[in-house]
Each structure stands twice: as C-alpha cells, then as structure tokens.
Design a protein around this ligand. Structure first.
Ligand code: NDP
Length: 487
C-alpha cells in the first residue's frame, strides 16, 4: 500500500483509511493508497516549517546540487516509475517515459537556475543612500496536481519551490498518487555537498499527502501557514482555489483548462502540420491542457488536410498502455469518456460529420477499459459544445476559414486562452497571429509543447501566473525592498 510522506517518513493516514487506485485500461486494482485528511496536512505543515528553517539557509549552489542528485536517483527508478504511471494513469509506456524525461529536464533546469537568482541595487533620490531588492524564499508552499501529467506538473511546482529555498507539500490527484510518491521518495533522499560535508535534503522539505481534494486540498488552501498555492486543474476548481486561498492572502498561480486553436494557412508545410495535429491532439489520449482542441484550416487545403489526417488516425492502435503496439491508451476515467461522447454526439446532432472514430473500439480486451477511438469531426458549428467547452479527450473538431482575420476572430471567441499555433511560411501572417491571438503561448510551425525554458500559462479562463522558465521562480520568491543610509 502506498503511504503518505511526511517529515521524511512514510506513514499511514491518521485515520488509517485507504482507497483503491484502479487501472483505467483494465479496471484492476493497481494498489491501495493512504487516504489523507486535514490532520495529516497539518502534520506535513509542521514538518515543512521545521525543514524550511534549514533549507532556506542552504546555499543556492547546494540547492541546485541537491536537485541534480534527485534527478540521478529518479533515473535509477525510472523503469518502475514509468510502469506505475502507465498502470494508474492509462498512458502508454512510451508516453510515461517521455513524461519522466520531461520531469527530469525541468528539475535540471531549476537546478541550474538556483544560483542565478539576482536582486538589484537601486539609486535613490536621497543623498548618501541606496536601495536594494533582495529576493527571499516564501516559506511552505502547496502544490495541487491533476491526473493527466502527474509527474511533470508536480515537477513544475517542486523544482522552482526547492530551488528558491522553499519547502513544499504535494497533493496528487486522488487517482494518480503512486508514481508521484515513488518519485518524491527519491527526491527526499537526495544529497548535496562533498565528503564529510555531505548532507541530505532536510526531512520534511518535500511532503506528499494523498487523499481527496475536498479535505486534503481544502486544508492546503485554507491553512494560513501555507503561503503559496500552485494549482493545476480544471477552471471550475481553479475559481474555488482562488477564492479560498484569497481569504488568507496567499500567493496563487492557476494553470487551468484550454481549447487551443491550431490555424493552418494555405502556404503552410501541410505534411508537417498534419503530423503535428495528430500528436498535438491525440498524445496522452487527448488529455492535455495545451492540446490542439480546435483545428482551423484554410478552405483551399482543408479537404487534403482532413484526408491525410484521417489516414493517420485510422492506423492508430488503441489499447492497454503496457502493450508495445499501443499508440493511444484509454481515457483516465469513465465519466470523462462519457463527457467526450456527449460532446461528439452534440456536435453530430447539430450537423457535424464524423470522418474517423466517434465510437468506442471493439475487442474483448478493450471492453473493461475506458477506451474511445481517435475522432475527427468536420462541419462543426460554432455553438457546438465541443467548440465552446474544453474537450479533454481524443476528439478533434475541424473548421474552414477564408482568411486569417476570420481564423483569428474564431480562435479568440473561446473563453480559454492557453496555447495556440499558426502554421504558415508567411512572416506577415505569423506576426499578425503572434500579435493578436489571445493566449499565453503561440507556436509558429511548431507543436504545442511546454518548453521548460519558456514561461507557460494562460490568459482569460486558462489561468493566472506562469510555470516554466526563469519567470516561474519569481512566483516562489518574495522581493524585499531595502534602504541603506550611510550615517
Ligand atoms: P480537477 O480540477 O478536478 O483536479 C485537479 C486537482 O485539484 C486534483 O488534485 C484534485 O483532487 C484537486 N481538487 C479537487 N477539489 C479540490 C478542492 N476543493 N480544493 C483543493 N483541491 C481540489 O482537474 P482534473 O484532475 O480533472 O484535471 C484536468 C484539468 O486540468 C483540465 O481542465 C486541464 O485542462 C487542466 N490542466 C491544465 C494544465 C495547465 O497547465 N494549464 C495542465 C494540465 C491540466 P482530487 O483528485 O482528489 O479530486
């Protein structure tokens, strides 16, 4: 049974309760996980506060060394971590390994940045005086993680938090606690310093409390001793997070849902765009915040594009992520498959045509999992649910447009504003899209991918604040203004 990690120890929940974690591909129990509660969170806060005193005093260079060592320890366990991730989440082993690769790249990025934090020297109008801005860690942070990328989205919080000298309590999604716990167990063992000076990350610098959002999550939000909340998840829960954490004046970042437009002009490299539309929508069974969720095609290339994409999708093998031949696993939960099915049916009832998929696959091994075929829809009206809502699964609606102005207007008509892309060889088109698309990120002729080097986040209902990049560190550091007078 998987436990809680509090103060460096693996412990049961104070209630001794546990729950089953099931495999979305088979329905089988993968393991049982400790069902944490508010009391467990309070214990984790005690441990994290104690660890903060020591960790915030460690040199920035040593903090970076610790993160690099943590990566080595995770690598040693990566096979086991990947298998657990596939079993609890449903993604293919290939995707699980890519996720670990991305996690490590992100942690290494913040390991490198730890010692690069700068303050500033500020001239003041007063004589014989100057100002300084020093940047200090905040204290105990809370990271609330969704189930679609449990490891990378944990890393985008834990990496900058530790690099900046904070300590952290991680709450994984209830359905994906196992790989996260195994990863953070390795991080807790990480060391820094040489020989006799070698030290281990203070116990309690990283803690994991698994359990329901309604208890574990709520305590993280409302407990005033947690000074910063990093949340990734749905827009509805994000609103709630901001309200509750706001009452305690906490620093909050929200990485929420999206409905990314991909705009393909008539002068684009169509072959490349077809391949990237496939990856951009159907990787991770379409369960990506920044996935291609609305495909806008110039009317002169639309039919050719749809035909080529349909051929790719027909060849995609859907199956248990543990099988080598599987290219797309199941959806993570049954209710979520039902939601995608309802969105597809709604579009069809309003006149959309199904080019590929639109149903569950046949096959005895597939009946016990939450599988759904990759689905391509054309003639989708602007008021269809799949157009106006986030579709968090393997279904892609296609829209035709006459010129770029029309495409941008439609792209911006969403309540979301996370990612977006334009596919063109015309710099005038590219620059117009970069300028006008209402989104936190714009990719030009490139896959919707969250590079660790660039700030990542949303506008409108897609969130507040940024993860990734040096910008993310700003959210884990408190600037303190200092005035020094020569007297
Ligand atoms: P949810 O919002 O349902 O859950 C996210 C996390 O919040 C889970 O750990 C959940 O716990 C927790 N939670 C639930 N209720 C509360 C509460 N009252 N207080 C505190 N925490 C709570 O999202 P999903 O897991 O369904 O994730 C999918 C969503 O995440 C999609 O909308 C997707 O677009 C978005 N997302 C955004 C990304 C971005 O960077 N912008 C990246 C990836 C996903 P529990 O599991 O126990 O309910």
């Amino acid at each position: 049974m998987s436990k809680l990690l509090i103060g460096g120890e693996l412990v049961d929940s104070s209630s001794k309760e546990a729950y089953e974690v099931r495999n979305p591909a088979t329905g089988e129990v993968v393991d049982r996980a400790a069902k944490g509660n508010a009391k467990d969170v309070v214990q984790a806060i005690d441990a994290a506060e104690t660890a903060f005193k020591e960790w915030s005093d460690v040199t920035a260079e040593d903090r970076g060394k610790m993160l690099n060592n943590a990566c080595e320890l995770i690598k040693e366990k990566s096979k086991e971590i990947a298998q657990l991730l596939t079993q609890e989440q449903g993604k293919t082993l290939f995707e699980a390994n890519l996720e670990i690769h991305h996690l490590l790249h992100g942690l290494e990025f913040y390991a490198g940045l730890a010692s690069k934090v700068r303050g500033s020297h500020v001239p003041l109008p007063q004589k014989n005086a100057y100002g300084m801005v020093v940047r200090q860690p905040i204290g105990v942070c809370g990271g609330i993680i969704p189930w679609n990328f449990p490891l990378t989205l944990m890393g985008t919080k834990l990496g900058p938090a530790l690099a900046a000298g904070n300590t952290i309590i991680v709450k994984p999604a209830s359905t994906t606690p196992l790989a996260t716990l195994l990863c953070i167990e390795q991080i807790q063992k990480a060391t820094y310093g040489e020989g006799k000076q070698q030290k281990t990350l203070p116990k309690g610098a990283v803690n994991v409390v698994t359990g329901p959002g309604s208890t574990v999550g709520e305590e993280l939000l409302s407990n005033p001793r947690i000074r910063r909340i990093a949340f990734t998840g749905s827009t509805d829960i994000g609103r709630h997070v901001m309200e509750v954490a706001g009452r305690e004046i906490k620093r909050v970042t929200l990485e929420l849902g999206g409905s990314d437009p991909m705009i393909v002009m008539d002068d684009a490299n169509v072959d490349l765009a077809v391949k990237m539309a496939d990856v951009g929508r159907f990787f991770n069974c379409g369960q990506m915040c920044l996935g291609v969720k609305r495909l806008f095609l110039h009317e002169s290339i639309a039919d050719k594009f749809v035909g080529a994409l349909a051929e790719l999708l027909k060849k995609k093998t859907v199956g248990n992520g543990m099988n080598k031949e599987s290219r797309m696993g199941p959806l993570h939960m049954d209710y979520q498959r039902k939601e995608v099915e309802e969105q597809v049916e709604d579009a069809k009832s309003r006149g959309a045509k199904t080019i590929v998929g639109g149903e569950r696959p046949n096959g005895k091994d597939l009946d016990s999992g939450f599988f759904y075929l990759p689905t391509l829809l054309t003639d989708v009206p602007d008021d269809a649910r799949i157009t106006t809502e986030e579709c968090f699964g393997p279904a892609l609606p296609v829209y035709k447009f006459k010129d770029l102005d029309e495409a941008i207007e439609k792209a911006n008509s969403s309540v979301f504003g996370l990612g977006s892309s334009i596919w063109t060889r015309n710099m005038v088109h590219a620059n117009k899209a970069i300028d006008r698309l209402q989104a936190g990120n714009v990719w030009v002729n490139s896959l919707h991918y969250g590079y660790d080097e660039l700030p990542f986040g949303g506008v409108k209902a897609s969130g507040v604040g940024r993860e990734h990049g040096p910008e993310a560190l700003d959210y884990y550091l408190e600037p303190k203004g200092v005035v020094i007078v020569n007297a």
